[in-house]
Write a protein that binds this ligand. Structure first.
Ligand code: SF4
Length: 200
């Protein structure tokens, strides 16, 4: 069962998500909260994109937290489809709760994710995924070492990174060059000795 601390954190993040999305309308109608999100995209949602729409689930969960007695109804209004602009979605309480547990699980996973977790799941170690390291002329962008730039504020915190040192508004900030050592599976002698020859 999901713990309360995770749930509280998710609640406040959802509220921020709601605020940042600058929803045009959240409209109470009888026992429902109609949430209307305007879309300017060329395509409507299709298939899974529609059925299990993460954005709609986020809205529904946030709505349930903010207005627990009202059933969330999510309406995407596609401005480029004036004849039939609306795609409407709603989820039952069980589905919304399930989504909340899923977010808590992801939240916990990310919070506990460290170097060891990352090293435990390299694509090159899996028959199924090793193509991700390179296939044809395509090569994983994290395979080789490279230099990059960081923008640092006066408290010493990195607030932006760039491959091209093309930061805007750098007054009062420090710019430093950093080195990415490349994927350890291909750039570490110890790891290299264990590497499968498949990708040589
Ligand atoms: S090169 Fe390294 S980082 Fe990239 S997919 Fe392969 S194992 Fe992962």
């Amino acid at each position: 069962m999901a713990g309360n601390i995770g749930a509280d954190k998710i609640h406040s993040r959802l509220k921020r998500y709601f605020d940042q999305r600058q929803l045009k309308i959240a409209l109470p109608i009888k026992k429902e909260m109609h949430i209307i999100d305007y879309k300017s995209s060329k395509y409507k949602f299709r298939g899974d994109e529609l059925e299990a729409n993460i954005q709609a689930m986020m809205y529904s969960l946030a709505s349930k937290k903010l207005w627990p007695k009202l059933k969330p109804i999510i309406k995407f209004l596609f401005l480029r489809f004036p004849k039939k602009p609306t795609q409407e979605l709603s989820f039952n309480d069980e589905q919304i709760k399930g989504f909340e547990y899923y977010l808590e699980h992801i939240n916990e996973y990310i919070n506990n994710f460290d170097e060891n977790s990352a090293k435990a799941n390299f694509a090159v170690d899996s028959q199924k995924n090793k193509w991700m390291c390179g296939i044809g002329s395509w090569v994983c962008p994290y395979k080789a070492p490279y230099d990059y730039y960081v923008k640092i504020n006066q408290s010493g915190e990195v607030i932006e990174t760039s491959l091209n040192n093309d930061f805007k508004n750098i007054d009062g900030f420090k710019i430093e060059t950093r080195k990415y050592e490349g994927c350890p599976k291909f750039n570490n002698k110890q790891e290299n000795s264990k590497k499968d020859s498949f990708l040589d």
